[in-house]
Design a protein around this ligand. Structure first.
Ligand SMILES: Cc1cc2nc3c(=O)[nH]c(=O)nc-3n(C[C@H](O)[C@H](O)[C@H](O)COP(=O)(O)OP(=O)(O)OC[C@H]3O[C@@H](n4cnc5c(N)ncnc54)[C@H](O)[C@@H]3O)c2cc1C
Length: 171
């Protein structure tokens, strides 16, 4: 039979790493099964500016690396893979967690798998997702404003052209 862990944490976003930090500091030697895509949703973003403790803001992936390092410093262990099945233990028996064929037992299992957004069934969704990835150039407030201003200027020019032409109906 597999050794019984005190705590297994499933998921590695801010919630998973925070649980890991606290349980590690309580000497519970947590095992984090962090998912294949470790670090959670903040890996997908650029500037995070609303977390206390980062007066200059921080890039999402860098922040998640720091969360992970801090949990590791106090003895957290990691498995970078997805949990495929969980069976709660009955009558005080340990819970069982599977990663494919590998079986782990724990007295406590913390579920921190976050949420997945619903995806639009739109054809361009994939290219939008790529454009929104951290490697893409982030849209600054200035460039968004400039784009908005120039597109509204173009709309005004179109409207003027149309309204000055006698054949076109006014809208
Ligand atoms: C583009 C973007 C920008 C954002 N910007 C900000 C911001 O600036 N400030 C802010 O406060 N919030 C921001 N958020 C929201 C923030 O990312 C979430 O609130 C936060 O990540 C939720 O944390 P979580 O730990 O609950 O879950 P998540 O971050 O979703 O993490 C879930 C984890 O569970 C793992 N997992 C899932 N299933 C399994 C499984 N079967 N086995 C093992 N692991 C599994 C995943 O791999 C992941 O690591 C942003 C979100 C997005 C998408």
């Amino acid at each position: 039979m597999a050794d019984v862990e005190q705590v297994i944490i499933v998921g590695s976003g801010p919630a998973g790493y925070t649980a890991a930090l606290y349980t590690a500091r309580a000497n519970l030697r947590p095992l984090v099964i962090e998912g294949f895509l470790w670090g959670g949703l903040l890996q997908q973003t650029t500037d995070v500016e609303n977390y206390p403790g980062y007066p200059e803001g921080i890039m999402g992936p860098e922040m998640m690396q720091q969360f992970r390092d801090q949990a590791e410093r106090f003895g957290t262990r990691f498995i970078t893979d997805n949990v495929t099945r969980i069976e709660p233990g009955a009558h005080g028996e340990p819970h069982t967690v599977w990663v494919d064929e590998d079986e782990y037992k724990a007295r406590t299992v913390v579920l921190a798998m976050g949420a997945e957004h619903k995806k639009l069934a739109a054809r361009a969704r994939r290219s939008w997702a790529v454009a929104a990835s951290p490697t893409a150039r982030p849209a600054t407030r200035r460039s968004t404003r400039t784009r908005r201003r120039s597109s509204s200027a173009a709309a005004t020019r179109r409207w003027r052209r149309r309204s000055s032409s006698p054949s076109s109906p006014r809208t």
